[in-house]
Design a protein around this ligand. Structure first.
Ligand SMILES: Nc1ccn([C@@H]2O[C@H](COP(=O)(O)OP(=O)(O)OP(=O)(O)O)[C@@H](O)[C@H]2O)c(=O)n1
Ligand SMILES: C[C@](O)(CO)[C@H](O)COP(=O)(O)O
Length: 220
C-alpha cells in the first residue's frame, strides 16, 4: 500500500523564540527537521515525504540541504495560517489512495516501532493516533475558579504521527476550520469517525520551548 507522510513545519515557533526557527536548530550538529525526515525514511525508504514550510523559509531550507548534503527525496508545500491549513496544503500533494501520516516536524525522536504500529494498524482501523500515559496528577479548573483532581487514567497525551487512509483524511480536511482542531484526529472525529489509539514513545517530545532543547540534546 502506498504510504505518505506530511511533515508539518509551517509554524512560527513563538514559544521557542530564538534567532532561527526551531525546526532548523541543529541538535548535535544536525537540524531538527533533517532528523525527523530521516526517521520516516529509515522506517520505509519508499514512503513519500511531503514537507510543509512557510514560503519565506523555503530558500533557507534548500541552502541547508546543500550545506548538510541532505539528499532524501521530498516535496515541499506552503505553510498555512494554522496547523490545519498547513496540513491541508500538504494533503493537496497526496495522491488518491493509500495511507497518509501527519507528523510534527519538531518531533524528531519518534521511534521506528511507533511509526510502524501507526501505519500497520491504519490499514484496518482507518484512523490511528499514538498516545502515552499521563504520569502526573491532573487538576481541572472549574467555571467558578475552584479546582478538582480528575482520574488521570481516563486521559492520554497525544503524539504524532497520526495515520489515516488517504480518502478519509482528504474528506475530513474539506471541513471548515474550527479552533478546536488542534490535531488531525480531532478533524477526523468531527465526521463521527472513531480513532484507534496505539502506544507512543515517551521520547517523542514536541520541541516547543527552550527547555525541550536541553532534553533533546540529552536524548542524543
Ligand atoms: N501554521 C502552522 C502552525 C504549526 N505548524 C506545525 O505544527 C507543529 C506543532 O505546532 P507547534 O509546536 O505549536 O509549533 P508552532 O506553531 O511553530 O509554535 P508556537 O505555537 O510556539 O508558535 C509544528 O511542527 C509546527 O511547525 C504548521 O505546520 N503550520
Ligand atoms: C498535534 C499535536 O502535536 C498533538 O499533541 C498538538 O496538538 C500540536 O499542538 P500545537 O499547539 O500546534 O503545538
Amino acid at each position: 500500500m502506498k504510504k505518505y507522510v506530511i511533515v508539518v513545519a509551517g509554524g512560527k515557533g513563538l514559544r521557542m523564540g530564538g534567532d532561527i526557527p526551531k525546526q532548523f536548530i541543529p541538535l548535535k550538529g544536525k537540524p531538527v527537521l533533517m532528523r525527523t525526515l530521516e526517521a520516516f525514511y529509515a522506517y520505509d525508504p519508499q514512503m513519500e515525504l511531503i514537507l510543509v514550510l512557510p514560503v519565506d523559509q523555503q530558500a533557507y531550507w534548500k541552502s541547508l540541504c546543500e550545506k548538510y548534503a541532505f539528499t532524501l527525496p521530498h516535496r515541499i508545500a506552503d505553510g498555512g495560517e494554522t496547523r490545519f491549513h498547513s496540513v491541508r496544503n500538504g494533503l493537496a500533494l497526496v495522491g488518491e489512495d493509500g495511507l497518509v501520516g501527519v507528523h510534527d516536524g519538531v518531533r524528531p525522536f519518534v521511534s521506528p516501532e511507533v511509526i510502524g504500529h501507526c501505519y500497520e494498524q491504519a490499514v484496518s482501523a482507518q484512523a490511528v493516533v499514538p498516545v502515552i500515559d499521563v504520569v502526573e496528577t491532573v487538576r481541572r479548573i472549574e467555571e467558578n475558579g475552584s479546582t478538582t483532581t480528575v482520574p488521570r487514567d481516563r486521559y492520554k497525551l497525544v503524539q504524532t504521527p497520526q495515520v489515516f487512509t488517504v480518502s478519509l483524511l482528504k474528506h475530513a480536511y474539506h471541513q471548515e476550520y474550527k479552533p478546536a482542531f488542534t490535531d488531525d484526529a480531532s478533524v477526523v472525529e468531527a465526521l463521527g469517525i472513531q480513532v484507534t489509539l496505539v502506544k507512543g514513545n515517551r521520547e517523542n517530545i514536541k520541541l516547543t520551548t527552550p527547555f525541550d532543547l536541553c532534553v533533546a540534546e540529552a536524548l542524543l
